[in-house]
Write a protein that binds this ligand. Sequence first.
Ligand SMILES: *Cc1c(COP(=O)(O)O)cnc(C)c1O
Length: 366
Amino acid sequence: MAIPLLDLRAQYHSIKAEVDEAVLRVLDDGRFIMGPEMAQLEKEIAAFCGTREAVAVANGTDALMLTLRASNIGPGDEVITSPFTFFASAETIAQVGATPVFCDIDPLTLNLDLDQLEAVITPRTKAIIPVHIFGQMLDVERIREIAAPRGLVVIEDAAQAIGAEYKGRKAGSLGHAGTFSFFPTKNLGAFGDPGMLVTNDIELATELRTLRFHGCKTKYYHDKIGYNSRLDEIQAAILRVKLRYLERWNEARRERAKLYDELLRDTDIITPGLDRHAKPIYHLYVLRSRQRQAIMDRLAAAGIASAIYYPVPLHLQNAFKYLGYKTGDFPVAEEACEQALAIPCYPELDVQQQIEIANIITQIPD
Ligand SMILES: *Cc1c(COP(=O)(O)O)cnc(C)c1O
């Protein structure tokens, strides 16, 4: 039986009536951009995260880029982030003209290694972008303690972590701002590719609302050069339906992760390492093994999807050659790129399927 990495059709069919009703409501209303659904979604996401403001934008990449721009970060500035993440975490730093600076990751959690963070801060450092990789938060409070005396901005890249917690506080709510992606495969996924950011800083939120709308506060009166970066009404209406299920779905993922942890215990497989204060949402369940290719081949032969996150660390990407990093600079991130493998972990996956997958991974005959 074929098992995908994620089953978005099954998810849609579990809430089809509500989603269809929401889409039809927008079609009938006739407002498609910057309307009431977006405004409501912003309120609901801010309430969910426990922040004062939420600002909807066109995608998670823009959420990061616009936040950097609104924080006046640009040429001559350095911004620190992880080399083990999706490209956008560092791409946006370069988009605003600043220089990405990497720092190695923690071998347990695969998040930034905070013991190494201070060593990469220079007088040019202006911001830190911690990434909650695969849906597990890192200790943002500790990052802010490092950042505060130096006046650094902390922007959480929470694209993979909506609903994740650290000491009971939600991802995105601990930095100066936190950014989300609603790309279809994220835990809260739209049927397109919108994004959002949350913040407690009202001034920052106002600046971002201006930037996303061609630099206007009032239509046709442009205070600055901005962008067209908005979240449309159909996506907002769909996301509002899905947001009601998010906690339930995240809990279902945690249960599935727990079962994998048990099934893969006492094997050579390294299962996801947890920070004891973190409550992850398992955007991906990523194991590590020196036998990665053999495991992938066996899974593929059984019709089970798996995927490498991430094949190349960011400091070794062609696009960042100009930064001058080389192999060996961040050994933990480099090893993770050689060993990490995501296996199916989503709410609609059942116990039998998980046992089948674990048996194939550990090569126990049925
Ligand atoms: C998905 C993702 C982004 C980018 O979000 P988009 O909505 O695809 O632009 C940024 N950072 C991380 C860690 C991501 O996983």
